[in-house]
Write a protein of this length. Structure first.
Lengths: 324, 246
């Protein structure tokens, strides 16, 4: 409940900031897309797995948006986002079949390797992908409307906010669901899951698909915002940023990914202003502090974790207290 | 009715034979105790029967179905539950959540958005907590339990699966001797209530004679003796090699 109120307040603040200071629309949309992608990474972290290659799904979605938009310029922006998510889901389903057989460092490095294969392929096939220059796309109609640049950015901002609110809520419900708790069971005892009649691979594959879809949405939004897609969208550094944000925010609550994204954006903004070329030092220092002081991330130390826990506990106690 | 049958089961790790042409059968309603020195192959045999290890040759049947090449989860769905020598728990979940996960495992569907607690019959969870003596610890984290309670939770999770057969690997190991009988009494009473056939590995002769209807003694990957407890314990070879007495 409190997390929900916080999310609504956060969304309202973002909207107001975007409307009052139009220049802030772009960083807010980018921040939300980072939050969505980090949420995807956080899903896998619940299972104790860290992917260093999930930017590839943003990339797959981004190129899908670009190819479709260039082939069908009249295609609506919302449909392009949907197509990007579907492409990421399909890619996640196929790649997931392979990578969910591995755990820990092997899981992380396989994802990294596959993302770098995609990065290289996109860079080499110049005639199709535009190489490292990437592909440009015209501003598409959005929700059936032909919008000017400010209107288009506002529409993207509202879409990103609504998607973040809806998906954040759904992912949080997933965390507390049977499937989500079984996913968390992979982290502590995969053998027991098998001896309870469940397939750990299947459970992780479902989580992997969800994470791929979230990263796909993030990529589609960024590409529509920038009007450009390059292989950089799938570069390993971006995957690392998703992991950074997910660790910073923690995987105890879906809100953590967005809190992490805000902190990341603030560090990036303040760091580039104060430290110019060495701002990444600030990122590294922050990560070290978080790991030392709050290894479970911001949501691991904020009362938000306790709120959701106490609520879950109340819910699980209801049948018992109802009897007395 | 025959629950388990193995035919010419063989397995070796390198040059060490851990299952030496084992022909074994377990009937419904039996309470089988498996005894044997460390390294005799008791746990390995359980691992083969429950699908954790693959036999080099031979066949395994559970409830009439050939399960030789089946993964553990497939055998579990046929009605085989298992607990472990080192309890296999979800240490970052509460005791109740561990049982709830077991319940959704039995149901076989994992809802994506419905909460775990709402996905299962809570009265069944409460009852299982009650019969295994864990009712007071339901809302605590599994990691907070003592060794004996961990063993009970491990067995409780297997019980929620409503198995026809429950295999328990050393259910009282690591537990203080004064607690052993209490734990075994709790387990056996829970099994009797649900009419579950049991097979347990145990080193304590007193526990075996009190709770088993049949004893199988393992020596070097083979069954050296199999029968009623008093018959097996009267065998001088078993007394010498397994019990270390004369």
């Amino acid at each position: 409940m409190i997390a929900g109120i916080l999310s609504l307040i956060g969304a309202a603040v973002c909207l107001v900031l975007g409307l009052v200071f139009p220049w802030m629309k772009v960083p807010i949309i980018v921040g939300l897309s980072y939050g969505l992608a980090a949420l995807g990474v956080a899903v896998l972290m619940r299972a104790g797995q860290v992917s260093f290659g999930h930017a590839m799904y943003s990339c797959v979605a981004g190129y899908t948006v670009a190819f479709l938009s260039r082939a069908y310029p009249a295609l609506d922006g919302l449909l392009l986002v949907l197509a990007g998510i579907v492409a990421a889901l399909v890619a996640g389903a196929i790649i997931g079949l392979f990578v969910v057989r591995y755990r820990e460092i092997f899981f992380g490095m396989l994802n990294l390797a596959l993302s770098m294969v995609l990065y290289s392929v996109l860079g080499k096939f110049y005639e199709i992908t535009g190489g490292t220059d990437g592909l440009r796309l015209e501003r598409p109609p959005f929700a059936g409307l032909r919008l000017d640049r400010p209107g288009y950015e506002t529409a993207l901002l509202v879409t990103a906010l609504l998607a973040s609110l809806a998906l954040g809520t759904l992912v949080q419900r997933y965390f507390g669901s049977a499937a989500g708790e079984a996913l968390a069971g992979i982290k502590t005892n995969e053998t027991r899951l098998e001896y309870l009649g469940m397939s750990a691979r299947r459970i992780l594959w479902n989580g992997y698909m969800i994470s791929a879809g979230l990263c796909g949405l993030a990529g589609a939004l960024v590409v529509l915002l920038q009007g450009l897609v390059t292989p950089e969208l799938g570069y390993w550094v971006r995957s690392g940023e998703f992991v950074f944000i997910a660790i910073l925010g923690g995987s105890a609550h879906a809100l953590g990914a967005f809190i992490g994204a805000v902190v990341f954006q603030v560090i990036q903004l303040v760091g580039t202003m104060l430290l110019a070329g060495t701002w990444k030092m600030l990122l590294g220092a922050t990560l070290i502090i978080v790991i030392l002081v709050a290894p479970t991330g911001i949501t691991g130390v904020l009362p938000i974790k306790r709120w959701s826990r106490s609520r879950e506990r109340k819910l699980s106690l209801q049948p018992v207290t109802g009897k007395s | 009715m025959e629950l388990v049958r193995t035919e010419n089961l063989c397995l070796a790790f390198g040059g060490i034979v851990v299952a030496d042409n084992i022909n074994f059968s377990l009937q419904e309603g039996e309470r089988l105790a498996v005894i044997g020195a460390n390294g005799a192959g008791k746990t390995t045999f359980i691992n083969i029967v429950t699908g954790y290890l693959r036999a080099r040759s031979g066949r395994i049947f559970f409830s009439g179905t050939d399960v030789t090449k089946m993964p553990p989860r497939g055998i579990v769905h046929l009605g085989l539950g298992r607990s472990f020598q080192l309890p296999q728990l979800f240490l970052q979940h509460t005791v109740r959540q561990c049982l709830e996960l077991a319940a959704v495992g039995r149901i076989g569907s994992l809802p994506l958005l419905k909460s775990l607690s709402a996905s299962v019959d809570q009265s069944e969870i409460d009852h299982t907590l009650e019969v295994t003596g864990l009712a007071a610890r339901g809302e605590e984290m599994a990691s907070a339990l003592g060794e004996g309670e961990r063993k009970l939770l491990d067995i409780a999770m297997a019980l929620v699966l409503r198995p026809k057969l429950l295999i328990m690997d050393e259910p009282t190991s690591g537990v203080a001797s004064e607690e052993k009988h209490e734990i075994m009494a709790t387990i056996m009473s829970a099994l009797a209530e649900r009419k579950v056939t049991s097979w347990f590995v145990e080193h304590d002769v007193d526990v075996v004679t009190r709770h088993a209807t049949r004893v199988a003694a393992w020596i070097s990957g083979r069954i050296a003796a199999d029968g009623k407890p008093e018959q097996v314990f009267a065998d001088p070879e078993i007394r010498r090699q397994v019990l270390g007495t004369h």
